[in-house]
Design a protein around this ligand. Structure first.
Ligand code: ADP
Ligand code: MG
Length: 220
């Protein structure tokens, strides 16, 4: 589902070049939950953005959900991001003025060809998939951290992606709530969704089918 070979990614800052990924290889099969651990600054977010088609400025071969990422044009890449992958972030990134249901339905505003009713029913479906059936009318400020992350995961699932990419998804949660969210990811992987989660927390990796360490620009 994810195949990376010889990935090299560098940031240029004036004359200075910072090589973050340096000949990185990664293969993730469908339905696997793989954790990538590594200290802050090791390139975990950079790797995730690359896999998710947010960043096309890299060297090497990246095939994700059957698409060679560097061969995609801007529009195809946007479509890939909207349909094939779902992103989950540490800070939830929910819109404060919208209810849980409206937040979960946000992807329908970006090109999913759904009417309002169909979007609402899809929103309720993904919220129920993440264990939220009450509180769907509440705004983020009235939800717990765990509930907010569930809404964010529901939003990531809205378009039916085959891959979930999670960047430190338990970083803003207490230990017990973090465990619940990690179990939810493992459960989604059990249902066939491929999960790539990056974290510096060991507890996250325990639920993964594989744990890889990002060190000096490579996984080991
Ligand atoms: P992690 O997520 O593991 O903490 P990142 O992938 O965010 O690490 O960053 C890896 C390295 O790349 C860091 O040294 C960071 O400062 C640098 N970096 C990340 N994004 C950029 C950018 N847009 N421009 C310049 N340097 C960047
Ligand atoms: Mg990061």
């Amino acid at each position: 589902m994810i195949a990376l070979h010889g990935i090299r990614k560098a940031f240029r800052d004036g004359d200075r070049v910072l090589t973050v990924l340096d000949g990185l290889d990664l293969e993730v099969a469908g339905g696997e939950m793989v954790a990538v651990v590594g200290p802050s600054g090791s390139g975990k977010s950079t790797l995730l953005y690359l896999v998710g088609g947010l960043d096309a400025d890299f060297e090497g071969e990246a095939t994700v959900a059957g698409r060679s990422l560097r061969a995609l044009g801007e529009r195809e890449r946007a479509r890939f991001r909207n349909r094939e992958v779902g992103f989950v972030f540490q800070s939830f990134n929910l819109l404060p003025a919208l209810t849980a249901l409206e937040n979960a339905c946000l992807p329908s505003w970006f090109g999913a060809d759904l009417g309002e009713q169909a979007a609402g029913s899809r929103g309720r479906e993904v919220l129920s998939r993440v264990g939220l059936t009450d509180s769907t009318h509440k705004r983020p400020a009235h939800l717990s951290g765990g509930q907010r992350q569930r809404v964010a995961i529901a939003r990531a699932l809205f378009a039916g992606p085959r891959i979930l990419l999670a960047d430190e998804p338990t970083g803003n949660l207490d230990a017990a709530t973090g465990e619940e969210i990690i179990r939810l990811f493992a459960d989604l992987a059990g249902g066939g969704i491929t999960v790539l989660v990056v974290t510096h927390e060991e507890r996250v990796s325990r639920a993964a089918s594989r744990v890889l360490r990002l060190e000096e620009g490579r996984l080991r």
